[in-house]
Design a binder for this molecule. Sequence first.
Ligand code: HEC
Ligand code: HEC
Ligand code: HEC
Ligand code: HEC
Length: 432
Amino acid sequence: MEKKTILWKAVCAVVVVALAVLLLSGLLNNHDVRYHKDALTRDELTHTKVEAPDTLAYDGTISADSWRETFPYIAASMDDNAKNDEIVSYLEQDPYLVNIYEGYGFAKDYGSARGHAYTLEDVHNTERPHATANCLTCKTPNFAKLVQDKGVEVYTYDFDEVWNQIHDMGEAVSCYTCHGNSAGNDGELRVTHTYVNKALGGNVQTIDPATLSCGQCHIEYYFTPADKETMMPYSSVDTMTPEAILEYYDTMVLPDGTVGFADWTQESTGAKMLKAQHPEMETYLQGKHAMDLNCADCHMEIKLAEDGTVYHSHELVSPLDSPAILESCVRCHGDENMTQKVHRIQDQITARETEIGNRLSAFKDALAEANQSGALSEEKLDEVRTVYRHAQWFFDYCYVENAEGAHNSQLANHCLDLAEQKIAEGMALLGK
Ligand code: HEC
Ligand code: HEC
Ligand code: HEC
Ligand code: HEC
């Protein structure tokens, strides 16, 4: 074949490919123009490889202030978490909780969560008693670092002593929490809370890092009876269901040889109770979005700075408050009104919570009465106490999840169904 023909063929091929690319990108752009006017995607992020600053905090962590010069937009956006500053008292909003949680700290003080900037302040101000430093687990990177350096014994250190030190020299949830000291290395995410690796082992790899970084704290956890270490009650995504976790607690062998973990024993009913805590990651991972999206996709807006830097805003917002994040829903939800969709779910779940919470409270009163009157045998009472423990667990698992059904309405309703069944079963046993 002549050289000219080869050259000609090559030119043609290039032209064809170029046309195809133009056509395709045109189509995609069209789609973008229609649906994502301003929405930026992960692909447009500008990852900068930089040296980590060499200014270390007292414990060897790199603080947000030290990163500020390198990542000004990210650091400033993290500061914006202070804007989310309101606390609603759940006990005033839902008075039946005071009765259900009788004998436990949450009956004294239980306010809604607010921005990460307040974690240290709020853990100090709560009227819930905190005997040891383990309450600091999810409030500050400096406690995570202390556990890494000194081991599980720090969970039993005196709360005030550790809090004072961190309050003076450390910081609230910060860069180190989610990135270790490597935020400069493309924002690589690192697990800094040791119990995550202990509980999940190799299964850590099965969870998207941008979900697991939040899942270091937005999870159900307990303090191990032996050394008060913070721990997750499962070992894989498959065992992150309310049923499997209840089974885990029910069958746990305690240091004294008895079986069954309890957060507290309730005086009026004699029941060994469990308190669920914000199982956001567990609820989310059993839901409809688990395969395709991570926490950052819905709670961290991708922004464009004046100098052209594209970055993840580190202000953790509700997707409903961010037009840019709402734009990203269109890809799968089309022109469905997402705010209405979310509110419809939340209204339905909250209405059921109020109704079932009040019934649970009435069940508790009936059990307390039976416990005090001596009308039932201890064996029969124990049977009802277990039913009550389980009803409370399923109710709580739904109630304390902060998305109010939006992360997974099916699971929220399932928990409420189970609570309802258990209440009916218990009332029947009491002859009510
Ligand atoms: C070190 C533990 C920790 C990590 C990691 C963490 N959070 Fe939080 N988060 C908290 C605590 C504690 C609060 C409540 C703070 C308060 O009320 O003082 C909170 C509050 C929030 C709130 C405000 C809740 C409200 O009702 O206003 C949002 C939203 C949130 N976190 C999202 C996230 C997301 C998304 C991630 C991952 C990118 C994440 N968090 C990672 C501990 C953590
Ligand atoms: C598909 C989008 C989506 C994903 C992914 C998602 N969330 Fe949410 N999340 C929501 C919506 C919607 C709400 C309800 C917002 C509201 O009430 O304004 C919410 C509420 C919350 C809240 C309560 C605070 C608030 O702003 O109302 C927290 C905390 C939270 N999510 C954490 C997480 C964590 C942690 C993950 C990952 C395990 C996650 N979310 C994944 C959509 C999402
Ligand atoms: C609560 C967890 C959390 C905290 C605290 C946090 N980050 Fe991030 N960071 C993330 C997540 C999640 C991403 C997105 C990663 C992804 O999806 O690829 C991210 C991304 C980044 C990136 C990559 C570029 C980008 O915008 O996506 C950099 C750089 C970064 N963070 C720096 C920091 C710095 C500096 C701080 C402290 C001022 C900080 N981060 C605090 C969770 C966190
Ligand atoms: C990758 C595709 C995809 C994206 C992106 C997506 N969703 Fe979804 N979402 C789904 C699918 C599939 C369902 C299940 C069908 C349905 O309920 O519409 C769903 C369901 C939901 C539900 C109902 C969940 C439940 O358990 O009842 C809510 C709420 C929701 N999405 C909110 C959002 C929000 C808010 C965004 C944008 C921040 C978003 N989704 C982005 C695929 C997606």
